[in-house]
Write a protein that binds this ligand. Structure first.
Ligand SMILES: C[S@@+](CC[C@H](N)C(=O)[O-])C[C@H]1O[C@@H](n2cnc3c(N)ncnc32)[C@H](O)[C@@H]1O
Length: 241
């Protein structure tokens, strides 16, 4: 078992963008996501991307006119973000998202924490800290957008093997091992080099957050829920201060 940071460093960051369908497809999905929700800068224009990865949210937000601070533990993915960003106004910070308040000096209009980043935290208390710090950092009317997979319901037996993506050179499979509060995520990737398949495998934990728990915490902090929706098991929550 390794930490999230080690997992991305040793396995996931090298194939992450490919895994998500490639940069152009993942970016255009997010352009559509923000467009369909009328997300555009209307006051401070300051946006923070928590767990920014290779920039699938940061870059569309910068193109919409936001000044984006992108925070991630993976320097490899932040380097990708920078090289894809076309000199858009994006500040990249290599740090734990739990420290994000140290990197924003003014009230934010938008905070996003998308594609399961929130479940990479170690505990529900850490998720709660992100929710509370987000509330404190947002201006009135500012939004927190979360997207994550609700892992509260267990898959059983062979359903726990997920064929994530494959092509002629890479086969990526995931195996889920459920624990009471967490799920051990075993990533198993075969990469073909010079005609030979090589196996790389690594395991890390995600926390099991139910959408009801997340909604209740956000409401009790003082957020209003503008959206709570489900698409193929992926939850989207848009919370407004
Ligand atoms: C599933 S990826 C999502 C990336 C991006 N938001 C997207 O939609 O593609 C999760 C990202 O969160 C980062 N991450 C996980 N835990 C983190 C933490 N505690 N602090 C900073 N980054 C973290 C990982 O390095 C990874 O880039």
């Amino acid at each position: 078992m390794v930490t999230v940071e080690e997992h991305y460093e040793s396995l996931l960051s090298d194939v992450y963008t490919w895994l998500m369908g490639g940069f152009d497809e993942a970016k255009s999905n997010n352009v559509e996501f923000f467009k369909s929700r009328n997300i555009t800068p209307s006051s401070s224009g300051i946006a923070v991307d928590l767990g920014a990865g290779s920039g699938f949210q940061s870059i569309p937000l910068a193109e919409l006119g936001f000044n984006v601070t992108a925070i991630d533990l993976s320097q490899k993915l932040l380097n990708e973000l920078k090289s894809n960003s076309n000199n858009q106004p994006i500040i990249t910070i290599n740090d734990d998202i739990l420290n994000f308040k140290d990197h924003v000096s003014a009230s934010c209009e938008l905070i996003v924490c998308m594609t399961d980043t929130i479940t990479h935290l170690k505990s529900k208390d850490d998720a709660l800290k992100i929710f509370q710090d987000s509330f404190n950092s947002l201006e009135d009317g500012g939004k927190l957008i979360l997207t994550f997979r609700d892992l509260s319901t267990e898959l059983n037996d062979t359903d726990r093997f997920i064929p994530v993506r494959s092509d002629e050179n890479i086969i990526f499979t995931c195996f889920l091992e459920y624990e009471p509060a967490t799920v051990k995520i075993h990533d198993i990737v075969y990469i073909k080099t010079n005609g030979t398949w090589k196996l790389n495998k690594s395991c890390y934990r995600k926390i099991r957050l139910s959408v009801e728990w997340v909604e209740n915490q956000l409401l009790s902090i003082g957020f209003k829920l503008e959206e709570s929706s489900n698409s193929n098991g992926f939850k989207t929550i848009v919370a407004v201060k």
